[in-house]
Design a binder for this molecule. Sequence first.
Ligand SMILES: Nc1ncnc2c1ncn2[C@@H]1O[C@H](COP(=O)(O)OP(=O)(O)OP(=O)(O)O)[C@@H](O)[C@H]1O
Length: 266
Amino acid sequence: MVRTVSAAETAPQTYAWPVKAEGLRVQAGRHLAVNGLDLALGTGVHGLLGPNGAGKTTMMRALATVVRPADGRLELLGQPVHTRADLRGVRRALGYLPQHFGFYPRFTVREFVEYMAWLKEMPAGDVPGAVQRAIERVGLADRADKKMKTLSGGMLRRVGIAQAIVNDPQILLLDEPTVGLDPEQRMTFRDLLRELGADTCVLVSTHLVEDVVAACTDVVLVDTGRLVWQGTPQELARWGAAGDAGDSPAERGYSALLRTHRAGTR
Ligand SMILES: Nc1ncnc2c1ncn2[C@@H]1O[C@H](COP(=O)(O)OP(=O)(O)OP(=O)(O)O)[C@@H](O)[C@H]1O
């Protein structure tokens, strides 16, 4: 299949970071869930770690432009999105799997992914091929014409990943994509992540430190709405000591960094 290359893709890149946040503050209801976040993300797979309530979902929602920041700066693909700018161009280049995504249960997998491709304003001629490829990449080709309501939880999650990648996004945001995936599918998904990270800025939130070690080039650790630490999975593993909680060097590194951060903020 020959993919149509948009003008945006051939234009010279004028920004240093696909994602750049400075002093970002984002409300979740009345709560300031992201509270002064500084972050720069390049091409690659960034694993977003942090305890429950750290602000990961709220941060993803701001990056996906579904919630406007309360304060600070946020630039996506070099374009400020914290202002009232026209976001259509940026949104066309985004892929987003929310923590909970809605769908019409009577749609087939193919109809749903097509519908999302249409919402992302993909050229009509590109849609059927792109949809088929996205469905194949998540291993659901044999279910493509089954209704969404007949799928298992793990399969639905994979449809969610398919809709997020259908437009070959430049920024891909995946909020807990591996929830409900069986071990075999998690391995396949890690391969897909590595493949996508070659030319895309991928941010993937998870509670599974082992997934981050296996598939991410970079780790982003957040707590109480702020960046605690950023580095490679190998550096994360070096932070842990024998007394830290966890079953692997990276899990112990995670515990050690959070402990140190919390001691410093008390
Ligand atoms: N609608 C809301 N109203 C008030 N507080 C909220 C709302 N949504 C989220 N919060 C609070 O904001 C904080 C951050 O929530 P968020 O869902 O972003 O965290 P998270 O890191 O994704 O957590 P988890 O790992 O549990 O998914 C939490 O303290 C949460 O209780």
